[in-house]
Write a protein of this length. Structure first.
Length: 270
């Protein structure tokens, strides 16, 4: 009886040893569940934002003034001078700085629509001067000096934006209405060949012009609230009447204004 009990105990111990070896091996052969993937961070562009920008602006302004006749002896004089027409190009340029703000709405989910307004300060200018020899009807020779300047001041735009979102990146096009403050100044002097001033005149005109703006840019979301940007804008404002010479009226066409600017924005909310 004792031998039988001893034999059963030995079998039990052997079975336990075999099970201890077999269970881990079986577990190793069983398929294991892959760990859940880590979700990529979500970038939400929807919300209001404000920011500041700085950059460089350059423009083209063309002045046209027709030929006219001027008599230094006044109306009814007998020695009129034929003043030639003027056609001049100006290239005001310089640094700019300003503020912007707007609202973005992200949808579909990689598309974005928004509206933005901005105000930009600048003081770009360009000037031209000339000195011509002119003759009166009586054969007297004079010197005609002209000096003119074009200045571009503050600007503002109201634009729609449509963009494509790729994670922290936004690539967009933009367009809308633009405003600019333009100033024209002109001074004309008629002197004798000996340097005596025969007649002189100075005039100026300023106007806030309205035109259109188109452009493109890209932005990068630094974190959920701060966004950096690079942007290019093209603007066209058309022409307005300006005084020149001796009581004459010409046309200044502010047809092309371009600017490149970098900026930083703060987006409100999550």
């Amino acid at each position: 009886m004792t031998k039988k009990i001893s034999r059963l105990a030995s079998l039990t111990l052997l079975e336990i040893a075999v099970a201890a070896v077999a269970v881990p091996a079986l577990a190793a052969d069983m398929p294991t569940k892959a760990p859940a993937p880590i979700a990529a961070p979500a970038y939400s562009w929807t919300g209001f934002y404000v920011g500041a920008h700085a950059g460089y602006r350059w423009g083209n302004a063309d002045f046209t003034g027709g030929a006219y006749s001027f008599d230094p002896d006044g109306p009814g004089g007998i020695s009129p001078i034929d003043i030639p027409a003027r056609n001049e190009g100006y290239n005001p340029k310089g640094g700019i700085i300003g503020l912007h703000g707007g609202y973005n709405y992200q949808f579909a989910p990689n598309w974005l629509a928004g509206i933005e307004g901005d105000w930009t300060w600048g003081n770009g200018s360009d000037d031209r001067s000339s000195l011509l020899a002119v003759q009166s009807g009586g054969g007297t020779t004079y010197r005609l000096g002209d000096g003119s300047e074009v200045k571009l001041g503050w600007q503002a735009t109201i634009r729609g934006r449509l963009g494509y979102v790729q994670g922290p990146w936004l690539f967009y096009g933009t367009g809308g209405v633009a405003f600019i403050r333009a100033k024209w100044s002109d001074a004309t002097t008629l002197t004798s060949t000996g340097g005596t001033i025969i007649a002189s005149a100075a005039s100026s005109a300023s106007k806030t012009l309205t035109g259109y703006v188109v452009g493109a840019g890209f932005e990068y979301m630094l974190n959920r609230n701060w966004i950096g940007r690079v942007e290019y804008l093209y603007e066209n404002f058309g022409s307005f009447d300006v005084p020149f010479g001796f009581a004459q009226t010409g046309t200044l066409d502010v047809g092309d204004v371009q600017k490149v600017r970098v900026g930083i924005s703060y987006k409100f909310g999550p």
